[in-house]
Design a protein around this ligand. Structure first.
Ligand code: ATP
Ligand code: MG
Length: 766
């Protein structure tokens, strides 16, 4: 049996197999797209379990999105042929950090039912703080401060650790102070933001070595996907957990860690490491076996060419110095790509080769060459959407599944045109990581009710709904409650309870407020005996919220009522209210109706780790992709990250990759002429084919398409020369389409600069 090995190992190539079977010590799999990194991680968990090396609860596995975590759980079940009993800690950094923080909430001055704030809540809270400090929120927008705080948290910096120069950039030197009072306010509100979920973990680990040790002992195996996109806070968190229980650690580690902090990698992070370095006496050794290595069994996989979250604080350096951080690490490279055909892989490799800052690696496929990557020009974005719509219908007619089709856009505003087109065509589609269901106003209102029931100290939620529907509790009343709450340092809800016993309010308002308090008390009592889904329905009805929309005459009221129904339905998937609310606050990627056969629409950022037979890549134009911001920037860093994004996009495709550009595009209501992306110049001629738009007029038709730089496209050499060329030339001389047009909203990175909680991410993130 030993020589053949278990079934899940068969089919792996020797390098993959080595990565799965090297269970002791640190392992880094540094390899290109589609080489099976994620598959290796999943198989590794199966291997650990079936070898009896650890129980599920002793495995910590970090994925980049919640969706990826679900996928991994599913695959694991398939590999093992049975459901896993007791689940591994499998999820995003945020979700696992949140889970740990709930257990030790009191050490972060929180209660275990703390609320996780979303961006809107965060900004609203910061606005209040700015007001209190008399800082003009026009000059110093709350969103900007949210972005700064987020950045600090991503770097693992507590208020006291922010370099004073940086803290001073906001609000005439008040940035640091605002960060500190924001943190204080969060505690009073019994709330945490996304950054806190990890930052508070780190602090607790640092200040309570016994707790850290508990987790170090628990997690016998740590696995991390997409390691190239970890930020400093995530890195620190991993470093802390991946040291062997501190009593075993050698003096050498202490020295190493200390010398590292001298190397000037930023004070706070290294300080954290120094502090967790062991000083205590050895503890009794469990099971008799001392670990011979002071670093645990950690396996990270990643690809420096797919690092696309630098703008959100990710440090590609983390992966580049892995073997320095984890001495004795085994570095494994995988070179065979199992995903894409020859032409696609060649195009992607050629594109990324234009980046200077990279390790460089070989990628080969044993697949056929397949179809060439196509490049299609359209007159405008509408025609582009029409062309892609027709192409999709053709693919469908050939009997292929819509699930195997994805459209990957650079900026989220590009999606609307496709959505409109799909609705017209009756093509089912889903938006992944898009405007999330729970971000709709009616959903957020409903959630606010549930949040107040769950945590009476949730002031932001209380404030949101205290006068929704209208109950005659206007701003003046709310202001009064605020004053009360501040004076006595109690939550708004408790302030309300106290105020209705006095005669400070006019009788009508007092009566109204008393009703609100009584209702919440009743609902909280009901919570003990009523299913959470029923409770939600009761709350929506009794509060008058449903009725408010029933009476509303606006066109979208019916849709909102539908959404509310959907919300109650969606709660069924959760055991209780707390679990549901936790999910809501953590969910970073939505996949509407996973069962349905539908086209997937998402940003390039959200596409990380995914694969589809057919991938459409619209909008390859200067100023859109690469984005205007990276073009305006000094230096190549931004541009190289854009190129990696292009590389990620192309490598999502198994069989067909189809690139589009339009000559005219409307941005924020204004049309402008654009020129094709420089990335088109960088594609290899042998693997690319120019095609005609199926959408109608444009390509080679009506003329007047500024179709461009094709004269000097490496790919197209002399093969292309038409009158369009001259116009393109003129465009180029003008410096391209939209110079100087200010904000380009909708770019995933710009929107999310202000918060790690938006986007995939991810899981944002995530
Ligand atoms: P990315 O960098 O895009 O995240 P990855 O390195 O994680 O890619 P996977 O998603 O794990 O790659 O694998 C890519 C595809 O190749 C998957 O469909 C996977 O099932 C398949 N694959 C990986 N290894 C093998 C193998 N040894 N034999 C057959 N198929 C494989
Ligand atoms: Mg992967």
């Amino acid at each position: 049996r030993a020589s053949v090995g278990p079934k899940y190992l068969s089919g792996l190539n020797p390098e993959q197999r080595e990565a799965v079977e090297t269970l002791d010590g640190p392992v880094l799999v540094l390899a290109g797209a589609g080489t099976g990194k994620t598959r290796v991680l999943t198989t590794r968990i199966a291997h650990i379990l079936s070898q009896g090396r650890a129980r599920p609860a002793e495995i910590l596995s970090v994925t980049f999105t919640n969706k990826a975590a679900r996928e991994m759980k599913h695959r694991l079940g398939q590999m093992l042929g049975h459901a896993v009993e007791g689940m591994p800690w499998l999820g995003t950094f945020h979700s696992i950090g949140g889970r740990i923080l709930r257990v030790h909430a009191e050490l972060a001055q929180l209660k275990s039912n703390f609320t996780v704030l979303d961006v809107d809540d965060q900004v609203r809270l910061l606005k209040q703080l700015l007001q209190a400090e008399n800082i003009d929120d026009k000059r110093w927008p709350a969103r900007m401060l949210a972005g700064l705080i987020d950045g600090w948290k991503n770097r693992g910096l507590m208020p006291s650790q922010v370099p004073s120069g940086e803290a001073a950039v906001f609000g005439n030197g008040k940035g640091g102070k605002l960060y500190a009072s924001y943190q204080e306010r969060l505690k009073i509100l019994n709330a945490a933001d996304f950054g806190d979920l990890l930052l508070e973990n780190i602090r607790i680990f640092r200040e309570h070595p016994d707790i850290l040790r508990q987790y170090q002992q628990r997690f016998k195996y740590i696995l991390v996907d997409e390691y190239q996109d970890t930020n400093v806070a995530q890195y620190l968190w991993l470093r802390l957990l991946s040291q062997a229980p501190s009593s075993f650690a050698s003096p050498r580690l202490r020295e190493e860690v200390a010398s590292q902090s001298d190397a000037g990698e930023g004070d706070a992070p290294s300080a954290a490491l120094v502090e967790t370095a062991p000083h205590s006496d050895p503890l009794p050794v469990k099971d008799g076996a001392r670990e011979k290595n002071h670093v645990k069994n950690i396996c990270c996989v990643g690809d420096d060419d797919q690092s696309i979250y630098g703008w959100r604080g990710a440090e590609v350096d983390n992966i580049l110095r892995f073997d320095h951080d984890f001495p004795g690490a085994k570095v494994i490279r995988l070179e065979r790509n199992y995903r894409s055909t020859g032409h696609i892989l060649a195009a992607a490799s050629h594109l990324i080769a234009h980046n200077e800052g990279r390790l460089g690696k070989t990628l080969r496929t044993e697949d056929q060459d397949g179809e060439k990557v196509t490049v299609t020009g359209s007159w405008d974005s509408e025609e582009e959407a029409r062309g892609i719509g027709e192409e999709i219908e053709q693919i469908q007619r050939r009997g292929e599944k819509l699930n195997e089709i994805a459209i990957l856009v650079r900026a989220s505003y590009q999606m609307r045109e496709f959505e409109d087109r799909f609705v017209t065509l009756g093509l089912p589609y889903r938006v992944i990581g898009g405007p999330r269901f729970y971000e709709r106003a009616e959903i957020r209102d409903a959630l606010a009710y549930l949040r107040v029931i769950n945590s009476p100290a949730d002031d932001l939620a209380f404030e949101r709904i205290v006068n929704v529907p209208k109950r005659g509790l206007g701003d003046a009343t709310v202001q009064m409650l605020h004053d009360h709450a501040r004076k006595r340092r109690i939550p708004l809800f408790e302030a309300a309870r106290a105020v209705v016993e006095t005669d400070e309010l006019k009788p009508k308002a007092r009566g109204s407020l008393r009703d609100v308090v009584a209702q919440f008390d009743r609902w909280r009592a009901q919570r003990e005996v009523t299913a959470h889904t029923d409770l939600a329905q009761i709350v929506l009805d009794e509060s008058g919220y449903t009725e408010m929309w029933q009476k509303d005459r606006s066109a979208d009221a019916a849709g909102r009522l539908e959404n509310l129904k959907e919300l109650v339905r969606s709660m069924e998937e959760f055991e209780n209210l707390q679990g549901f609310l936790e999910h809501i606050s953590l969910v970073m990627d939505r996949d509407g109706g996973a069962e349905e056969d539908a086209v997937s629409l998402m940003t390039l950022h959200s596409a990380k780790g995914l694969e589809f037979d057919n991938v459409f890549l619209p909008g390859w134009e200067e100023g859109l992709f690469p984005s205007q911001r990276t073009l305006d920037e000094q230096g190549r860093a931004g541009l190289e990250e854009e190129r990696r994004l292009g590389h990620v996009g192309l490598t999502r495709a198994r069989r067909r990759a189809m690139i589009y550009f339009a000559t005219n595009r409307r941005i924020h209501g204004t049309w402008s002429t654009t020129i094709p992306s420089r990335f088109l110049d960088e594609l290899p001629a042998a693997n690319v084919e120019i095609t005609e738009s199926k959408g109608g007029s444009a390509w080679g038709g009506t003329g007047g398409y500024g179709a461009s730089r094709f004269d000097d496209l490496e790919a197209f050499g002399s093969s292309y020369s038409t009158p369009g060329w001259q116009r393109a030339q003129a465009n180029r001389n003008r410096g391209g389409g939209r110079s100087g047009s200010g904000g380009h909203g909708g770019f995933e990175d710009e929107a999310a600069t202000f918060s790690s909680s938006s986007s995939a991410g991810p899981d944002f993130g995530s």
